[in-house]
Write a protein that binds this ligand. Sequence first.
Ligand code: ADP
Ligand code: ADP
Ligand code: ZN
Ligand code: ZN
Length: 815
Amino acid sequence: MSKATRTDTQSPAPRVADSHDLIRVHGARVNNLKDVSVELPKRRLTVFTGVSGSGKSSLVFDTIAAESQRLINETYSAFVQGFMATPARPEVDVLEGLTTAIIVDQQRMGANPRSTVGTATDANAMLRILFSRLGQPHIGPPSAFAFNVPSVRASGAITVERGAKKAVKATYTRTGGMCIRCEGRGTVSDIDLTQLYDDSKSIAEGAFTIPGWKSDSFWTVRLYAESGFLDPDKPIREYTEKEMHDFLHREPSKVKVEGVNLTYEGLIPKIQKSFLAKDKEALQPHIRAFVERAVTFTTCPECDGTRLGEAARSSKIKGISIADACAMQISDLADWVRGLDEPSPGASSGRHSTVAPLLAALRQILDSFVEIGLGYLSLDRPSGTLSGGEAQRVKMIRHLGSALTDVTYVFDEPTIGLHPHDIQRMNDLLLRLRDKGNTVLVVEHKPEVIAIADHIVDLGPGAGTEGGTVCFEGTVEGLRAGGTLTGRHLDDRAALKETVRKPADWLEIRGATANNLRNVDVDIPLGVLCVVTGVAGSGKSSLVHGSIPADAGVVAVDQSPIRGSRRSSPATYTGLLDPIRKAFAKANGVKPALFSANSEGACPTCNGAGVVYTDLAMMADVASTCEECEGKRFQASVLEYRLGGRDISEVLAMPVAEAEEFFGAGEARTPAAQRILARLIDVGLGYLTLGQPLTTLSGGERQRLKLATLPQPSAGGTPRAEKGGVYVLDEPTTGLHLADVRQLLGLLDRLVDSGKSVIVIEHHQAVMAHADWIIDLGPGAGHDGGRIVFEGTPADLVAARSTLTGEHLAAYIGC
Ligand code: ADP
Ligand code: ADP
Ligand code: ZN
Ligand code: ZN
């Protein structure tokens, strides 16, 4: 939420005739906006441009869309509103001509592990009705095909397990399709033992590889070594069956170590309690990385990952079960559903006629997927595995068929994840939404999208406090001629490099078959900048994330959400808070824990979140600023302590760039903090405030944050020998202004020059042109992709012009 203060509710001024076709924003001051006023033409396509942190989202999402949603909330009855926290009105003087705003952003689609592409759209609901009508044998109502509805056991006893207790009454009369073993998740979790110890060593030789488990630590290593249940001098792989059982699984048992009574328990329950049960984001970065490595998920053996019980899988239409249908590539499923049109001889004509409208609706939704370039997905794909761009396009599906008009659609970089070849199709969709009579607002950096705008609002000139003003408003021609940073860079063209680096070594991948890969053999060059290209769904991620051997020391730096509490911020995530807390504690002679918003010093009302959330079952959560601490997160007494004249909440409110100076000299000088801050500046995040909730960061910002927490390159190491020597990035230009792409390329060059290997999945042609080596996948998406269509230098790719990527890159560099 914005830092807006609550002002008296002001109803929009009455419309006057000439303002009728405009959305007027006057005096917007959310986040860094400095009294911004703009007039946006309705039923037109407006693109918002400007460097990262200039205030685009503050204007579009936190002001315009937020106010529209607040006004909609106000239309609920007083009774319903009684359950809702009133979100603060965005800090803006006048906002008029608003229509209902629908936000189509890249936020992950719910953290629910049971959410799939099919459940997030209406496709699964339609398929369930279809199978309940036409499936043989007939097994019951649509819910019998629902993996989210628990099933009644044959004995009649209801099976509702952990966490779902509240559902008991509601589901008692229903028969669901949920697989009992995995509770409809399709996977079961496991601990990867190889991450816990090296079984070729004995405990005495230091077999444990768990962070913090040093050979002399009393509660951990010595407890195992001296428990008497196992031989500390025997390599773990030589343990007897009994030793192994005691080592991994033994129930809590009393033991005496050096005269002290301790409780011994098996390694697995011990790890579960001491690491896995904790709030992951509260962990230090290296421990968090350990937890991410150590927990693995495997396909549920009972349902084979389909999430469905046996009965639901037994009912079929033309030999296909609902699980089979959901596993098909959507473009194939669309064809199959089209085939269901013919009257099936067995079905009674009455029953058949009732499914015709359903089939038509199902067909329409499946065709929308194909049209939007997502035909390569399957309905059973967990929503959480979608990239930000894919999630955004899945959300778009709901709106394409909608009959609503005069809606304001708000998009956040809709071209993310799209090959230059696919951008045209996205542009067509945006224009189609507009031509149905809707207002379309788009935050975008790509020149191809800026080019189709009816109206452009360019924010800047810089980021954070240096931004927040409108630098230009008008047409594309005007922008180009206008001399703003965006205008100047609009026609930027990167040239191919004169010389490319020579690979130091190669990483051989043989017979890769992850997802759609067709037995791919490819050599990935090490010690260079290697760019992986191809249309969305061609198999780039499957190759890079799914096929590189685990022992290659690959570190993935992606845009995936950083899970954790609402108190997580750049300061907690990067470990920056530790030196800051210590510096505060030292300066004031008190405990460091006081200065942490998730422990002792926290405001008791909001528990250190700064906002109070109201959980609305049906709608998104509503947050409002905590009245006790006024959003400062700390107890008043903690704010008495100062460092360099600032209290902890003031320090957490500083932008990174300002904090870097603050901790650089004077009383507050803290080199450990300054080092981390300098790295954040390096990745272009100097405008973020230290305490900004991670939930407010975009995918691109998250990725750059992760980039900043990578182990520092140590010069001269050989790429393969050094663990973590291969960095894999996924569209690092996401959210970056054209003007900042060069800075990113500089950062990647520095990584490579320090001896690292950098593999980048990218669609940005400036990055392709800058590559030492390109691996191009295709030719199409899903089962039409999965092959290597080119590998070599960018110059050779352009010269051959044998692939879509080659054609586009050639056109881009102007040859
Ligand atoms: P853009 O969308 O152009 O990248 P934003 O509108 O996200 O820029 O950010 C503009 C400024 O406001 C930045 O300095 C950013 O750090 C700050 N900001 C954005 N969201 C929040 C928030 N929820 N809390 C505090 N500061 C924020
Ligand atoms: P790209 O990275 O080129 O966009 P992907 O590697 O993500 O392509 O996808 C290639 C194919 O593999 C697609 O058909 C996609 O649906 C499938 N796929 C990718 N990830 C998964 C996954 N986690 N589960 C199932 N299928 C997947
Ligand atoms: Zn299962
Ligand atoms: Zn509070």
